[in-house]
Design a protein around this ligand. Structure first.
Ligand SMILES: O=C(O)C(=O)C[C@]1(C(=O)O)C=C[C@@H](O)C=C1
Length: 127
């Protein structure tokens, strides 16, 4: 994903002390990381949208507390090893998953109203 790293260096400077070159370089990297995070999140939401469709079709509830517990324990362990505050990692996951739940609920309501769009798996294939 190409980035225009000149954006930061060309940004107008407020009056005051000059911005050190290293901060400008760090900001360019921060912008790249933020962009990667947004792209990763967009991919994650594509996956969860499909999960939401399958849950709606299968009559499964939007939230899955045992999966939540698994994810939280795993992410907190990873965060600890990566030098990130595990509580922050949990809150970040909660923030994302609460949006996923909102999407799941919307998809379930659309399905209940017979308006669910997109490719759906055939039902009762194995019964
Ligand atoms: O795995 C699921 O069952 C999902 O619906 C996805 C997801 C998630 O965003 O990771 C969302 C809600 C659930 O409570 C658990 C996980």
């Amino acid at each position: 994903m190409p980035q225009n790293t000149d954006d930061v260096a060309r940004a107008p400077q407020a009056a005051g002390p000059a911005m050190p070159r290293e901060i400008l370089d760090l900001r360019a990297s921060i912008d790249n990381i933020d962009s990667a995070l947004v792209h990763l999140l967009a991919e994650r939401f594509k996956m969860t949208r499909r999960v939401g469709e399958l849950k709606a079709v299968g009559g499964l509830p939007p939230a899955d507390p045992s999966r939540d517990r698994q994810q939280i324990d795993r992410l907190k362990r990873i965060a600890g090893g990566a030098g990130l505050d595990p509580e922050f990692a949990e809150q970040f996951r909660d923030f994302i998953v609460s949006e996923v739940i909102r999407h799941h609920e919307h998809i379930a309501a659309e399905h209940a109203a017979g308006r669910l769009a997109g490719e759906l798996p055939p039902l009762d294939t194995y019964s």
